[in-house]
Design a protein around this ligand. Structure first.
Ligand code: HEC
Length: 106
């Protein structure tokens, strides 16, 4: 019984460590874009014609949509873009739009 308690404490400590490492990664929003979005939207946000990804550097494209719309499509997905609401937190999606996607425009 006593041994089991120690093991449990170790497992709890490890999960806490894993959770804080994860959180440190998640605050790196540029890194998150590179990891989850750049393969389709390109590191510079211009997209790939063959994939029909929008050009995030275009002022006209940026002006054609509100933050709410972009957050909604990213959360719910728009084929072939996956539904990111299942893998990312709402704050992460919001930050990807306001701090990364919106910042590509010259
Ligand atoms: C598998 C490829 C793929 C990945 C990965 C991907 N996207 Fe997309 N994304 C697309 C495509 C294709 C479109 C254009 C969809 C359309 O308009 O039909 C798009 C459209 C968008 C739009 C415009 C939505 C709108 O309302 O027009 C935003 C914003 C966006 N993506 C953000 C992201 C973000 C942020 C990530 C990373 C979390 C991401 N995408 C990852 C393929 C992808």
């Amino acid at each position: 019984m006593k041994q089991r308690g120690t093991r449990l404490a170790m497992v709890a400590g490890f999960s806490l460590l894993a959770a804080s490492t994860l959180m440190a990664e998640e605050t790196d929003i540029q890194g998150l874009y590179k990891k989850k979005c750049a393969m389709c939207h390109k590191a510079d946000g211009k997209g790939y014609a063959a994939m029909k990804t929008p050009d995030f550097t275009s002022k006209d494209w940026q002006a054609s949509r509100t933050d709410e719309q972009l957050i909604e499509t990213t959360t719910k997905g728009k084929a072939p873009m996956p539904e990111f609401g299942k893998q990312l937190k709402p704050e992460e999606i919001k930050a990807l739009i306001t701090d990364v996607v919106r910042k590509f425009v010259e």
